[in-house]
Design a protein around this ligand. Structure first.
Ligand SMILES: O=C(O)CCC(=O)C(=O)O
Length: 295
């Protein structure tokens, strides 16, 4: 359970460390499962296996389907390919935290995504906001959980955040003008933006956001965030789990890799979108891990 002061901090800053949620053993199990999937690679899934929805290098530096020299491996819906990750999306402390921060009693998974920055040459995740990248969901999905499987710090490419930026609206056009920021030394140098005059936060003060392995960090879907390159000898492995509230409706105009699984009419509740979007919180309680997945 999050305390009232933590919830207040989240609403003020747009992000929050919710504390440890995974034991060493649980982190170890998730790492093993992730490494097994990395070893298979995007093309390594056999006919009887369920692949993740996307498995690609996000850095943009590759050609002809090959990764670039500084990859950021993105695996979307690893939960569909790994029982350990499927258990994780139901984690009671995580879904309770999302419920407290959104004030919603019904929650579903929108999608998850691994971002894996390999040791020594991991790439950059450019400054962005999440919600504008999700145009098939209305209203905007409010809060995500981010859990690292390595201590994530400035050296291995932890996320950076801008406190208060979740109150400034959709600023993706501005953030795209800052996509040259890639390395740790320069990542905080956002320039040329003035927050709306009536916004509670008037400074653009980017800061590194270190999170220990097995802790959960929550961020609002409009909080400015990104993560610089990993030049350290340690990998930086993490998952973001993006949740939807019971308010979410399908917007058929937009495009998104998850759209292929939605067969709803425009404006229909995403609660009816089917098995790729599992319910994890119902009537104010965690749904719990399905029986077939219990150890
Ligand atoms: O893992 C990262 O560095 C970035 C994750 C991210 O962009 C997100 O959780 O929305």
């Amino acid at each position: 359970m999050l305390k009232a002061a933590q919830i207040e901090e989240f609403h003020h800053q747009g992000f929050l460390n919710g504390g440890p949620v995974l034991s060493e053993d649980e982190v170890g199990e998730l790492r093993d499962s992730l490494e097994a999937i990395m070893a298979k690679g995007p093309e390594g899934f056999g006919p009887g296996e369920t692949p993740p929805v996307l498995f690609r290098d996000l850095s943009g530096g590759g050609t002809e389907g090959k990764p670039g020299p500084n990859p950021v491996w993105q695996i979307v819906n690893i939960w569909e390919a790994s029982p350990a990750f499927e258990r994780l999306i139901y984690h009671p402390a995580i879904v309770k935290g999302i419920s407290q921060l959104t004030g919603h009693q019904e929650l579903q998974v929108w999608h998850d995504q691994i971002q894996y920055k390999p040791a020594n040459h991991g790439g950059t995740t450019r400054w962005h906001q999440d919600a504008p990248l999700w145009p098939i969901i209305r209203p905007m999905t409010p809060v995500s959980a981010w859990i690292p499987f390595d201590d994530a710090d400035e050296e291995n490419g932890c996320m950076w955040m801008v406190p208060g930026s979740h109150t400034w609206g959709n600023q993706m056009d501005y953030l795209r003008t800052q996509h040259q920021l890639a390395q740790r030394e320069e990542f905080g140098r956002l320039e040329g933006y003035t927050p709306p005059r009536d916004a509670p936060t008037q400074q653009v003060a980017a800061r590194p956001w270190a999170v220990l392995k097995g802790e959960v960090s929550f961020h609002h879907s409009l909080t400015w965030h990104g993560s610089p390159a990993n030049r350290s000898p340690r990998p930086r492995r993490a998952i973001a789990i993006h949740y939807m509230t019971g308010e979410a409706r399908f917007d058929a105009k937009g495009e998104h890799p998850m759209k292929q699984f939605v067969t709803l009419a425009d404006g229909a509740p995403m609660a009816e979108a089917g098995p790729h979007f599992p319910a994890v919180f119902h009537q104010g309680e965690p749904v719990g891990v399905p029986a077939r997945l219990r150890n």
